[in-house]
Design a protein around this ligand. Structure first.
Ligand code: 147
Ligand code: CA
Length: 670
């Protein structure tokens, strides 16, 4: 142990040598997508959207994120829904679909230095030459990815910093090398590749394949459990937890996150950590609800929630910047473990140790920092007085200022109030005879503290509480006539397939929403047939109707469907009825099991290009459905559905078809 001259005998001594610079900080960020996790955000009013985006992205305000990672929409289910592709088909190109462009631009508007990163979960079928993998047609897949970057640059003035390959699926060295060459020869030399967005295994191949080594700039692994591999470290590349957390956003989730933010560096030498997901703006009832910095699930009420992770993240993001250098994990470096548990990680502005200096400490109790995955080995923490001995250029900076900023958070549980990102009186500092600067801090259990030379700048922003939560407004109707072309109409949460607003060319209908995906994509989750859900997962008794038109480009198996009490994503349960070009109707309770509950002949012919109306009402155990006002069945017992409540839904039957919907009306829902 090092002798402690200036501190009390009971304090531990920690050395912070600001010349012991190590790897570069990439940054701390959030992930929108993988998938459809920001789906409801665009439907909020503009002022509320601005408030939410400020909490996430505005510098010196809230989470002040360094990195925004987004999904490159692939027309297939990617956890909480589908995100639309910029190329549904090889001939198609549209640079305005979805909400990720919006989010990227809003993030950049608040912080021009925010780093941006795109990654595919699913791919349109054509990108893999209609096989099950994009790696079967690397040239097509690379051009598809390049087109997304061109959309970003040419339509949205966004220079994307990082691009990945295929989320948590196989990587292809051929693809990664080709992508690097294509990026370089097509005007994207500064867009860097992160791979493989799964585990560390690619590192071994990088060590034996120089071209692959050159192609990959950052080795990114998911849920790495704070550890990387020796091969990954041997590559010399920056390492990232390019997706992490996924833990429900209460204070335990925030504890998980705080632990990761320090220990991904201290234990695994990762210099980026990205939370899945950025914003819980998807319907409660979908998978992984609320594993996010904030919740925004009610555009109709304006209600949203700011979680403790927003301000805890500020301890890192507001006191460091991408490009700063970590101090080494070493007893004479500047990052490591405290004697009584917990960690500290130091960063300096410049690689020579000059400029600003910050040290972030966390002492979250093991049981209150568990993430959803992977398991967390036992450790213990105790309150501890720590004397830090700062040396090198940062000591001179601190001494010249005469003080260091101290900001604290202490997470509390069981209804007790936490302190979140509170500015304390600065710590007075002076040079010791040996030139060092010494300061003592008592770090409590469940505390997150930052000490920094940044005396000004960081701030705790926020606005008054938003309105309270309220039920979805019923009756509700939408004629889709007031949306931009190619946009997604409010509240429809596509779970397979992808709908967008287009001109129906029928003056009686004007704009309507059309299912756009021509065949099953290269899926990430195993989609079945297009289906989009709507409303509240708590709805039991509903009466709703929709106009539909089967597009003349559809196949003979095309159908239009409507559902109630729907739960699930790719193969949902619920009470569904489909009417098809084959002249029959079918009632069924699961989209994927191939079973029908009842069938019959249609009372009127359904032909392509004709508009019809389909209505479904479910009350108690009884369901009724109508086509153009004529009953298909009435008061049918649906108790064997085992679907007590859920969203409403529309769909295209059992195959990928182009089906239009208009005048959607929820007449009643409770
Ligand atoms: C990740 C996905 O990349 C995200 O889109 C989202 O689904 C997230 C939810 O936690 O999970 O996928 C994973 C799925 C399983 C594991 C890791 C990541 N796993 O079992 O280790
Ligand atoms: Ca219309």
């Amino acid at each position: 142990a090092v002798a402690c001259a200036v501190c009390s005998a009971s304090a531990s001594l920690v050395m912070l040598n600001s010349t012991a610079t190590d790897r570069t900080l990439v940054g701390f960020g959030g992930l929108s997508g993988g998938g459809a996790t920001s789906r409801l955000l665009p439907s909020y009013d503009d002022d509320t959207k601005a408030e939410i985006l400020d909490y996430l992205f505005k510098p010196n305000y809230g989470a002040s994120l360094h990195i925004l990672k987004v999904e490159i929409g692939g027309d297939a289910q990617s956890t909480d829904g589908t995100e639309p592709s910029h190329q549904h088909t090889e001939d198609d190109l549209n640079c305005d679909r979805g909400y990720e462009w919006y989010l990227l631009k809003e993030a950049k508007a608040r912080n021009p230095d925010i780093l941006t990163y795109g990654l595919s979960w699913a791919w349109p079928a054509w990108t893999g030459n209609f096989t099950d993998s994009p790696w079967n047609a690397p040239a097509k897949a690379a051009n598809y990815t390049l087109n997304w970057l061109r959309c970003a640059r040419d339509s949205h003035s966004l220079d994307i910093d990082y691009v990945g390959s295929w989320n948590e699926r196989s990587y292809s060295a051929d693809y990664l090398k080709l992508l690097r060459r294509e990026l370089d020869s097509n005007g994207f030399p500064s867009t860097r590749i992160v791979a493989p967005d799964s585990n560390w295994d690619i590192a071994g191949e990088m060590l034996t394949d120089p071209e692959l080594m050159d192609a990959v700039d950052i080795v990114g692994a998911h849920y790495p459990g704070m550890t990387s591999s020796s091969d990954a470290i041997k590559t010399g590349k920056l390492l990232a937890a390019s997706e992490d957390d996924s833990t429900f956003g209460d204070n335990i989730g925030t504890g998980c996150w705080a632990r990761l933010l320090n220990r991904n560096w201290v234990q695994g030498r990762m210099s980026a950590t990205i939370m899945w997901n950025l914003l819980a703006s998807y319907y409660p009832g979908l998978p992984w609800m609320g594993t996010s910095f904030m919740w925004a699930t009610q555009p109709w009420s304006g209600h949203y929630q700011v979680k403790s992770a927003v301000y805890v993240t500020a301890h890192w993001t507001q006191f460091t910047r991408p490009g700063w250098s970590y101090l080494a994990v070493d007893s004479t470096g500047g990052s490591g473990f405290f004697a009584k548990g917990g960690t500290y990680a130091s960063l300096v502005e410049n690689a020579d140790g000059t400029g600003h200096f910050s040290v972030v400490m966390e002492k979250i109790h093991h049981d209150r920092s568990k993430c959803v995955r992977p398991g967390l080995p036992e450790y213990s923490v105790e309150q501890e007085s720590v004397t830090f001995r700062l040396t090198g250029p940062a000591a001179a900076t601190a001494a010249a200022q005469g003080k260091l900023a101290l900001w604290t958070s202490v997470l509390r549980y069981n209804g007790q109030e936490s302190t979140l990102f509170e500015q304390q009186a600065p710590i007075p500092v002076a040079r010791a005879p040996d030139g060092s600067v010494n300061f003592t801090v008592t770090v409590p259990v469940d505390g997150v503290f930052t000490v920094s030379t940044m005396l000004t700048g960081p701030a705790k922003g926020g606005v008054a509480m938003p309105p309270s939560a309220a039920p979805f407004p019923v009756p509700y109707s939408d004629d889709f006539n007031d949306y931009p072309l190619h946009s997604e109409p409010s509240y429809f949460a596509d779970q397979a397939g992808s709908w967008e607003v287009l001109d129906s060319r029928d003056p009686a209908h004007g704009l309507a929403m059309r299912q756009m995906v021509p065949q099953k994509p290269i899926c990430w989750a195993g989609d079945y047939a297009p289906v989009s859900v709507f409303g509240e997962t708590t709805w039991t008794d509903v009466n709703h109707s929709v106009d539909f038109m089967i597009d003349p480009e559809s196949s003979a198996t095309a159908a239009a469907s409507i559902g109630a009490r729907v739960t699930g994503t790719t193969r949902p349960n619920g009470v569904f009825v489909s009417v098809g070009l084959d002249g029959t109707w079918t009632a069924y309770y699961n989209l994927g099991d191939g079973k029908s509950a009842a069938q019959g002949k249609l009372p009127v012919d359904v032909k392509p290009s004709q508009w019809h109306n389909l209505a479904l009402a479910v009350t108690g155990n009884l369901a009724s459905a109508w086509l153009d006002g004529i009953a298909l069945f009435e008061n049918m017992d649906v108790s064997t559905c085992n679907c007590p409540s859920g969203w409403t839904a529309v769909g295209t039957g059992w195959t990928y078809e182009f089906v239009w919907f208009d005048n959607y009306a929820v007449n009643s829902a409770t």
